[in-house]
Design a binder for this molecule. Sequence first.
Ligand code: C2E
Ligand code: CA
Ligand code: CA
Length: 563
Amino acid sequence: TRLRILERGVEASVNGVLIADAGEPDLPIIYANDAFQRMTGYTREEIIGRNCRFLQGAETDTAAVEQVRQQLARQCEVHVTLCNYRKDGTPFWNDLYIAPVRDEEGQVTHYVGIQHDISEHKAYEARLAHHASHDALTGLANRALLEDRLVHDFELARRQGHLLAVLFVDLDEFKPINDSLGHAIGDQLLLGVSQRLSAAMRAGDTLARLGGDEFVVLLPDLHNEEQALQVAERLLALIARPYRVGEHELSLSCSIGIAVSSAEVSQPNELIQQADMAMYRAKQQGRNAYYWFTPEITHRLGDRVALRNELQEAIDVQAFELHYQPLIDRQGRVVGVEALLRWPNPLRGYVSPAQFIPLAEETGQIIPISEWVLRRACHDLRMLDGAGQGLLNVAVNLSPLQFHRSSFLGNLRQTLAVTGLPAPKLSLELTEGVLMNDTESAIDTLHALREMGVGVAIDDFGTGFSSLSYLKNLPIDTVKIDRSFVSEVTRNAEDAAIIQGIISMAHHLGLMVVAEGIEHEEQHRLLMAHGCDLFQGFHLARPMPLERLIEFLEESRSVSLGE
Ligand code: C2E
Ligand code: CA
Ligand code: CA
């Protein structure tokens, strides 16, 4: 009975079980269970009497087979994982355990082999290894694999006396597309880009995605630098062809930074940093361009990288301040303030927004900064009201990136609700550029703002390309004449005429006109004579912290009471 139960157990096992006769020289199989037949595709009749080496094949690890042979010669147990082949030729991973069976005298009479098909497990491991080295969206190499290849290519190039070129490729207008059309479209676009880039690679080249819209190309074994340029030119042209994603026809360009191995470069990673810096330079040159790394730009751009990091720290600890510059009406009353961002930096002092806002725009850091500014400004103005200063208007500068984001209106509504500032007390300052590209959705957003009651001013008016007749169709309510005209108004008859023209046409269109950058009494007087509505500038009041603004408001009120 016991024997029958054991036999039944072996029969029913999901593991393959084989028994070989140790008394015969070639260890012939005398038993195989059903699971073995299912696993290998052989019938019992086909294998009884044979040595089990028929399971081996081309990919079978000879070292593992040798290990089995030696252990069996010593009559010991053995455990190995090796590649075996089914009858139909397909390989599988066999986790094999072989144990000797001894008689009463201790003589080995049989070997029992138990095998477990772990192919699925192996495939899973392989997939894991692939994920660890490849980008999930595009299937391209990721940063880890790139660094491996870089080290390898770098060594090889050095030994063979070839050049290794690193191309840092960054898409130019990807962020706004991704923000306005959504991530699904953005992903499709990235896939399209990666397919085009892949198609341009030769055997031995490496193409990696570093995340976001950044790609890196390694070109090993170049004979001259010219070849790297040719590739960069080809890639620029490839990327610039239009993309079709769903019903959208999209176009993109990219900026490419190039660095090439040389005697001065001792660490392979330096090449990536150099190519990255050169890429920034390409962006500054107006995009859709490539730029060659030179040591001379290390300095200037190293600064940028440092600034970017410091900016991130400032965001994390909310190290910004908001200052307010009063806007004065024709009667000399303060009717509003413009919120201006200040960044007190422990090393650099107060960093001008003109210096860090463009950088923050490129890195996307502008988003958290802008959200902070908006919240702070609304909150401060409510605070002023609570402190008995009345509810002033507040103008907040908007970044293009912020304006084009799909979450912009939602965030704005929420900020107003949370802070309790009435929408008509808020005015948003946009530059013409914001409205020029992607006009349609921009106009939709402007209409939504008007419905909410939020004011919109066109900032730096006169420096862009828009004409007043173009503004006629937009739901805006204020234009701010750019400082550069104001500073010339008393000296340059042409600028004075332009200002006069702007003011009278704006009034025809029902728009308010603000002159900013008034530094002298004479400018103030002239602009007043031309009919300007509101005045802003150092001559009237400088941007100041909130506490100082309270004092300023009190002083200016007592002055006008005294009159
Ligand atoms: P903007 O919007 O044209 O702001 C007015 C700038 O003119 C401010 O410079 C202000 O300090 C300066 N200003 C005011 N009166 C005079 C004057 O009489 N003479 C001269 N020479 N300058 C005067 P600031 O604060 O350095 O800001 C520079 C630019 O940075 C701003 O130009 C604006 O485009 C941007 N910015 C400032 N704060 C923010 C913000 O919170 N968000 C965004 N997105 N941009 C901001
Ligand atoms: Ca402004
Ligand atoms: Ca301005």
